[in-house]
Design a protein around this ligand. Structure first.
Ligand code: MN
Length: 267
């Protein structure tokens, strides 16, 4: 099984290497990732500039790694067409610092990278942890590995596009795993002006957590309840994987992480 790992936090991000190391036990891993933090790029693709890619040393021994002057979407396109031998069996994007859930998924570079994998008929998973500091990657890395194992066993399955979010907890403290649907906006932005001595500038920050009217069964609700959230984004974009497959995958993760007592489905 050949697995492409990308992200939007950049090729040096610890979350990327946490998941690459875990996936290295499941299959042959290639890393193709942006050379810098490009969070918030969505599925942007560079059409007006050349995209430089260079092989760089890996943070985990034996993983062929490319640093790309481009977006997560660029990385996956270059990987599928040029940098990684065919076939790629799975794309994993992450582990992102910060949740990617609710309607905000459309601006997520983490999801954007996974979306490009799915566009290329490759099962693809975006993985994020709901914290920007002191991020705990272990449960997320094990979740990605469990999903990769389960998905690798059934290669005839139609490509899925999964958005996986985890609370920033050790596996033992996670309350369960939920198959969810995409919720309302998880954050609202603030725009803060400043001045550099010549011009006014602005910082856009997604820093106001939306806690109003979060419906049960959504990704935002699951994270708020300290549960892992698995959302099939392709249900939004038009592919038709069945709920049965999703619950089966959730059960595989629960078993791998030793999560106890997944409550009845709420979707
Ligand atoms: Mn990011």
């Amino acid at each position: 099984m050949r697995i492409l790992v990308t992200n939007d936090d950049g090729v040096h991000a610890p979350g990327l290497w946490a998941v690459a190391e875990a996936l290295n036990d499941v299959g042959e891993v290639f890393v193709v990732a942006p050379d810098r933090d490009l969070s918030g790029m969505g599925t942007a693709v560079s059409l007006r500039t050349p995209i430089r890619a260079r092989a760089v040393p890996a943070s985990v021994a034996g993983i062929e790694t490319f640093s790309v002057e481009g977006t997560p979407g660029d990385c996956v396109i270059l990987a599928t067409q040029r940098l990684v031998p065919e076939p790629i069996d799975l794309v994993v994007s992450g582990i992102n610092d910060g949740a990617n859930m609710g309607q905000d998924v459309m601006v997520s570079g983490t999801v954007g990278g996974a979306l490009q994998g799915w566009y290329h008929d490759i099962p693809s998973i975006a993985v994020s942890v709901a914290s920007l500091s002191d991020v705990r990657y272990d449960a997320a890395a094990r979740t990605a590995a469990a999903l990769a194992r389960a998905m690798g066993r059934d290669s005839a399955r139609s490509p899925v596009l999964l958005n996986v979010n985890l609370p920033n907890l050790e596996a033992v403290d996670i309350r369960g795993i939920e198959v969810t649907r995409t919720g309302p906006r998880a954050y609202r932005e603030t725009v803060e002006p400043g001045n550099d001595g010549r011009n006014t500038y602005y910082w856009i920050r997604f820093d106001r957590v939306n806690t109003d009217g979060i419906p049960e069964g959504t990704d935002v609700w699951a994270i708020g309840d300290d549960r892992i959230s698995i959302t099939a984004l392709a249900l939004v974009t038009g592919a038709g994987e069945s709920a049965t497959i999703l619950y089966d995958l959730a059960d595989q993760v629960a078993a791998a992480l030793g999560l106890t007592g997944r409550p009845p489905a709420t979707v």
